[in-house]
Design a protein around this ligand. Structure first.
Ligand code: GAR
Length: 193
């Protein structure tokens, strides 16, 4: 008798530029039986990204595209993604802005995690900017990617309290812990699972 392998998982690519701690948490999540996704591909714009090690450890195919020629790199990535039948792209600390054309190819299928309570503090240096404005709270947001920077529909957010002696570094650390929980939750929400 053939054993059922359960419902098919949604094939997913994760894009990174650096440490890849969100990638690691997404891999852990994807390895759970109840997870709706399987991670089939890691894309990086940086051959030195520490996160690429997770590809080796977990035996996930990884590719580096230098983005010196953005449209050429994007074309190759689109080919890879379609070839592997990938249906979801998770940006996880990917520090490039994807072109309108790229985004159009995967409308409603690209998610991003951002270290602020959007729509506040789009872009870079979110921690310093929140502290300089004497915010009482900051946090993280998972959102759909559209053609405007950090402006797509919000899926989920998590607030964190800013303490008295908070520094950009301590705030980043606090928010990152929440990011690792929020991204899997947001994926479940997107797929109603
Ligand atoms: C995370 O804090 C993520 O929210 C942020 O980069 C960090 C990557 O950490 N992303 C952005 O700022 C995107 N604009 P990680 O490599 O350890 O996952």
């Amino acid at each position: 008798m053939v054993q059922s392998t359960g419902p098919k998982k949604i094939k997913c690519a994760v894009f990174i530029s650096g440490t890849g701690s969100n990638l690691k948490s997404l891999i852990r999540f994807s390895n759970k039986k109840s997870s709706p996704i399987s991670i089939e591909l890691i894309i990086s714009d940086n051959s030195k990204a520490k996160g690429l090690n997770f590809g080796k450890i977990f035996k996930i195919s990884s590719k580096v595209f230098d983005f010196n020629n953005k449209s050429f790199s994007e074309k190759k990535i689109i080919y890879e993604i379609k070839h592997k039948d990938i249906k979801l792209i998770c940006l996880a600390g990917f520090m490039r802005i994807l072109s309108k054309d790229f985004i159009k190819n995967f409308k409603g299928k690209i998610l991003n995690i951002h270290p602020s309570l959007l729509p506040k503090y789009k872009g870079l240096n979110t921690y310093q900017r929140a502290l300089s404005n004497n915010e009482k709270y900051s946090g993280c947001t998972v959102h759909f990617v559209n053609s405007r920077l950090d402006s797509g529909k919000i899926i989920l957010q998590k607030k964190v309290k800013i303490s008295k002696n908070e520094t950009p570094k301590s705030l980043a650390k606090k928010i990152l812990i929440q990011e690792h929980k929020l991204y899997p939750k947001a994926i479940r929400k997107v797929f109603n699972l």
